[in-house]
Design a binder for this molecule. Structure first.
Ligand SMILES: [Zn+2]
Ligand SMILES: [Zn+2]
Length: 271
């Protein structure tokens, strides 16, 4: 079953597509279910990028309208991607509690007040160091914060790394990765297979298949699939490769969410 559980629309400041455009494209691609997951990242360090500016009520209203409009053709879920930083966790939890989300991705976009997208994060650090800091920060945050369903794009910093990508990068600090996965599993949380990595030089999912396989080995069962698209040309990109990664890692079920509750669906290569 093809789904896309990581989508940004023009309700996010970095999204370019409308909710309606996404629905129409999903139907044309034969995608059965989608979850919109626009950004709420409180206190982004660069005031030029206000990832907290979303009008949540309007966002939910438009998604509800699309649910009614495409009923019987496409299942549509109200999701959100929240950015975790140590000093905004309580405020973020309150937002999650206050709105009727179906699905919440918890992501680490900012590390020690630095945005990897802007490059400063990597300055003066070896690859070993910048991966370690990212994983340590992720571990610390998921131990403190539990208001999410799946951890977003594990290995995110490879997306903007100024150093050439090497396959071994995906295998750095597997001890820390194991710790992260164990915390998630203990709390019945999942990981996503984020296919934006197939648009990156690494040409592989985030996280890599090795980490997806490890999550399975440690007893993890909850796995979602998403393109992390911000524009229509990226929507749905890499989903089939992502599904193949999930199968190769040993899973025979994929997860969807309704009102924060996981549902498991057999993966059929035919759909
Ligand atoms: Zn993200
Ligand atoms: Zn995203």
């Amino acid at each position: 079953m093809l789904v896309d559980y990581h989508i940004h629309t023009n309700h996010s400041i970095d999204g370019e597509m409308t909710i309606d455009e996404v629905c129409r494209k999903a139907i044309s691609l034969g995608i059965k279910e989608i979850a919109f997951t626009d950004h709420i990242d409180l206190d982004w360090p660069d005031p030029e990028f206000d990832f907290a500016s979303i009008d949540i009520e309007q966002y939910i209203l438009e998604i509800d309208q699309s649910k009614a409009k495409y009923k019987g053709q496409l299942r549509i879920k109200t999701g959100i991607e929240i950015g975790m930083q140590p000093h905004v966790l309580d405020e973020t939890a309150k937002i999650i509690e206050d709105y009727p989300f179906d699905f919440v991705i918890g992501s680490v976009h900012i590390i020690q007040r630095m945005d990897p997208y802007q490059g400063k994060y990597y300055i003066g650090k070896t690859k070993e160091e910048f991966y370690r800091l990212y994983y340590e920060e992720t571990l610390r945050l998921i131990k403190e914060f539990s208001y999410f369903d799946v951890l977003g794009h594990i290995g995110y910093i490879k997306r903007y790394s100024p150093l050439p990508y090497e396959k071994e990068d995906d295998l750095l600090h597997l001890d820390l990765v194991d710790e992260i996965l164990r915390v998630l599993i203990k709390e019945d949380k999942g990981i996503e297979v984020n296919t934006s990595g197939f648009r990156h030089i690494s040409n592989s999912s985030m996280p890599s298949i090795e980490i997806v396989r490890r999550y399975k080995e440690l007893g993890g069962t909850v796995i979602t699939l998403g393109s992390d698209s911000h524009k229509l040309s990226d929507f749905g990109f890499g989903l089939k490769d992502g599904l193949e990664t999930i199968i190769q890692a040993g899973f025979n079920k994929i997860t969807t969410y309704t009102k924060r509750k996981p549902y498991f669906h057999s993966i059929s290569k035919k759909e």
